[in-house]
Ligand binder design. Structure first.
Ligand SMILES: C[S@@+](CC[C@H](N)C(=O)[O-])C[C@H]1O[C@@H](n2cnc3c(N)ncnc32)[C@H](O)[C@@H]1O
Length: 348
């Protein structure tokens, strides 16, 4: 497929997604408010009973599911586009500084291999070009931000930097390094370790870090549930968009691992998605999880995170909404947005 057709098709899909994000979501929310004024639902299931069979909701749900499917797997999808360019893409990967360490014997958990996460065929580690597919796809993950998606990761890093510069940082589930980059940019004196299950993502991350001439980062293929780092070796353990991809038991195990890895007083902080308790927000978020092949979004939203973290011995537990850009209302936006939140706690 030629470049121009691919770019035009992806631009079209992004514009259609923006229409869905603003106009269709806005109409659905207005319909909900109108109906809820007569009898306010208390549970997401009651919102489903109210809206689930309407043409508007079905249109909303169809567009959400299928715009994403076309983005990855359609005629001008990310997967076929990158497959056609496979050899050139792989030839462009380089690790001159030796930042990359892969583990071909790593056992990948079943929850991970069984799901085509985000509707990405094979998920983010299913083929050797998966890192490129994911990187290109991530540019339109937050349709209202567009190219400013990168700012979101920087904003998270800036929040963490407000408490002073950490010197040993672990980024769990780093993907192709988008969440790691602001750490090596912002903390050039820190030692940064970034881990992921996906070899194709890590290879791309290391190649990008080499282009950036980052001297203080290593990318390692490792399971965040059981790393090989020593106890108490980090003062910041972080993740971005990782925990909603894990079942509750694995989330708990990753928190326990973070607790083991942190020095006393060290901080764990996860940027992820947690909807407000309000039933419409939950109905929308649970539906998003189903339609986008993210089966653990709802279980995360229903977990007692404070209880789990306190049980593991964390203190200063905070769960706060996170604005993806200046002036954005995270809790009650007029347009569809991810319900970003930061889960933060300290090791006693
Ligand atoms: C949505 S991506 C986020 C990537 C990156 N943090 C970012 O913000 O762009 C989630 C990442 O978590 C990784 N992942 C999932 N389970 C993991 C585990 N148990 N250990 C390490 N990485 C994991 C996936 O391979 C994927 O790259």
């Amino acid at each position: 497929m030629d470049e121009r057709s691919f770019v035009a098709a992806q631009d079209f899909l992004l514009e259609a997604k923006k229409y869905w994000t603003t106009e269709i979501y806005g109409a659905l929310k207005a319909d909900y408010r109108h109906k809820a004024a007569k009898a306010a639902p208390g549970e997401p299931a009651e919102v489903r009973a109210m809206l689930g069979e309407t043409v508007l909701y079905r249109y909303y749900a169809w567009l959400e599911r299928h715009l994403q499917r076309f983005k990855y797997s359609g005629r001008y999808g990310l997967a076929p586009y990158h497959r056609e360019r496979r050899e050139a893409l792989l030839a462009g990967l380089a690790d001159p500084g030796g930042r990359l360490a892969l583990d071909p014997d790593l056992d990948v958990p079943k929850y991970y291999s069984a799901v085509d996460i985000h509707q990405h065929p094979g998920g983010v580690s299913g083929e050797d070009i998966a890192g490129f597919v994911y990187e290109r796809g991530s540019r339109s993950t937050t349709p209202m931000l567009g190219a400013r998606h990168r700012d979101l990761h920087q904003r998270f890093t800036d929040i963490l930097a407000a408490e002073g510069a950490p010197s040993r940082i672990l980024d769990m589930g780093c993907g192709f390094g988008k969440s790691t980059r602001p750490f090596y940019d912002s903390f050039p004196e820190a030692r940064i370790e970034a881990i992921d299950l996906s070899a194709p993502c890590l290879a791309l991350a290391a190649s990008i870090a080499a282009e950036d001439q980052a001297r203080n980062v290593r990318y390692r293929q490792m399971d965040a549930l059981a790393t090989d780092y020593d106890d108490a070796g980090f003062d910041l353990v972080t993740s971005t968009m990782l925990i909603h991809e894990m079942p509750p038991e694995e989330i708990e195990r990753s928190f326990a691992e973070a607790h083991r890895l942190l020095a006393p007083g060290g901080r764990m902080a996860h940027l992820d998605f947690l909807p407000a308790s309000e039933p419409f927000a939950r109905f929308i978020h649970y539906g998003h999880g189903r339609r986008n092949n993210e089966p653990f979004m709802r279980p995360l939203a229903e977990m007692d995170l404070e209880g789990v973290l306190a049980g593991l011995g964390f203190r200063d537990i905070e769960i706060q909404p996170f604005a993806e850009a200046d002036g954005v209302d995270t809790v009650d936006s007029a347009a569809w947005r991810f319900p970003w939140a930061v889960v933060s706690a300290r090791k006693a």
